[in-house]
Design a binder for this molecule. Structure first.
Ligand code: SF4
Length: 468
């Protein structure tokens, strides 16, 4: 049963042999680290089983969901890299498109598909537009034009259909968002930032807003993206990897004028797009069970402990998705998982099974308020074992306080600024930062805290801000 469109290719498209250039495996303290880009976070149950088997045979068994809804396979054993890659390719994972089998062609890169959509795209009852067909077109665009291989793996795009469940705090090089304009839907777009959000509440995830520059009709979105990508590459100096670099040198007007010259429709620049703000998202919808737009269907969502999935859990998720859903999983940018397309009457039972696999399914679980990078157990730069410390903190975390533990200032676990950040400065010791809208982690409010002291400080500081 498949009720909405899918992003992944069928497993039938087997590749003849392992092509080591097609995946990036980098060395980490705990072995090889294989990054696996999922098209819009989607994974079939069959692919999930294949990953679980591959990890079981060739790696440590630790699978991480990333904050861009992709997977990282940790602890790849030395000498097992090709065997792991061969299994992944045979599962239909990795690069797609006309150059996908050509290891020598730089377009055969898994990390080119850096497009984020809501994990509920096409299913969210509150969405203004089903972006799944447009997302497929943009993914094809990225994979089929050899020039786009010059884009940095970090160059990121976002396509927002106006879903209530959306990650709005990650800055993107290009973002597009659906807006209702009288009787039609248009897409506004912005560069180097996040869509501006109408806020009277502080969001869990916040990023630097960049205002909407202009708008286009839905069918004009793929050619607009194409024009913006080529414009970026036309203007970028050799060291410019992100849109903000090009804006700093050339300014936004130059980018817009060049993009306009590459399309045969008008980039509508009016006061309405200039003043546009998106309505806030509700990130709690990533957990528990909720109805979809599709009549009689619901989805369930959960969060594995600190974004880590092991082999039995991944196999269990695949089985659950096959038993009750449409045999697909959706990874989320909150390092969690959704199982969509469940007959609504079956969701209570499905949610129990999800919980029994070890996933948190409610915001009352402190682990849904904590993120932590790999830390010193897997990363040379890590000043502390952030994962272990996060578990200690979970036992004493004040209710509904969101904290990010980072092993160093690189902030790998969070592309956004969390309300509170514990930055490791020594083993088991952290400086505490409070988000205040300034770049980085915000204002440093305490130094060199143990986890117990950090819990006490958070208790005191959050009580004071709730009281205020
Ligand atoms: S934030 Fe620093 S310590 Fe943590 S994974 Fe990234 S580089 Fe390593």
């Amino acid at each position: 049963m498949n009720h909405v469109s899918s992003f992944f290719a069928p497993i039938a498209a087997l590749r003849p042999s392992a092509c080591p250039g097609l995946f990036r495996i980098v060395q980490a303290l705990d072995g090889g680290l294989c990054r696996l880009k999922l098209p819009c976070g989607e994974l079939s149950a069959e692919q999930a089983r294949a990953i679980a088997d591959a990890v079981d045979a060739h790696a440590s068994g630790v699978i991480e969901v990333t904050n861009r809804a992709n997977l990282q396979l940790r602890g790849v054993r030395a000498g097992h890299e090709n065997a792991l890659i061969e299994r992944l390719l045979h599962a239909g994972l990795g690069p797609q498109g006309p150059f996908a089998d050509d290891e020598t062609n730089p377009i055969a890169r898994d990390d080119i598909r850096n497009l984020m959509v809501s994990p509920l795209a096409g299913r969210d009852p509150h969405a203004l537009f089903d972006v799944t067909p447009l997302a497929s077109q943009i993914l094809a665009l990225l994979q089929n034009d050899p020039r786009f291989t010059a884009l940095s793996p970090k160059f990121a795009l976002m396509l927002d259909g106006g879903e209530r469940l959306a990650m709005l705090g990650h800055p993107h090089d290009i973002w597009l968002a659906a807006v209702r304009d009288l009787d039609e839907v248009r897409f506004v777009f912005g560069l180097a930032g996040c869509p501006p959000v109408r806020t009277n509440v502080r969001e869990r995830s916040e990023g630097p807003a960049s205002k909407a520059l202009a708008s286009v009709l839905p069918h004009q979105v793929p050619p607009l993206v194409n024009a913006l990508l080529h414009t970026f590459l036309d203007l970028a100096a050799p060291d410019d990897s992100r849109m903000r670099d090009v804006l700093a040198t050339h300014g936004v007007e130059t980018v817009l004028q060049l993009a306009q010259s590459r399309v045969d429709f008008t980039l509508a620049r009016d006061i309405r797009s200039d003043a546009w703000c998106r309505f806030p998202a509700d990130e709690s919808l990533r957990l528990g069970s909720h109805p979809q737009i599709n009549t009689g269907l619901s989805y369930i969502g959960g969060q594995p402990k600190l974004g880590r999935i092991d082999v039995p859990m991944l196999k269990g998720l695949a089985q659950l998705a096959s038993d009750v859903g449409n045999a697909t999983l959706r990874m989320t940018p909150w390092q969690g998982v959704l199982i969509p397309d469940i007959a609504s009457e079956n969701t209570p039972q499905a949610l129990k099974r999800l919980e029994s696999l070890g996933l948190a399914v409610s915001t009352s679980d402190p682990l849904t308020h904590l993120i932590a990078c790999t830390g010193s157990q897997g990363c040379l730069k890590g000043m502390a074992d952030t994962k272990a410390d996060a578990l200690l903190l979970a036992a004493r975390l004040p209710a509904h306080v969101d904290v990010h533990l980072s092993g160093c200032p690189r902030s790998c676990a969070a592309a956004h600024c969390a309300p509170w950040t514990l930055l490791a400065v020594a083993p088991a010791h952290y400086d505490l930062y409070r988000r205040d809208g300034t770049p980085g982690f915000g204002e440093r409010v305490a130094q060199h805290l143990t986890i117990e002291q950090a819990a006490d400080s958070l208790e005191r500081l959050t009580r004071r801000s709730f009281d205020a």
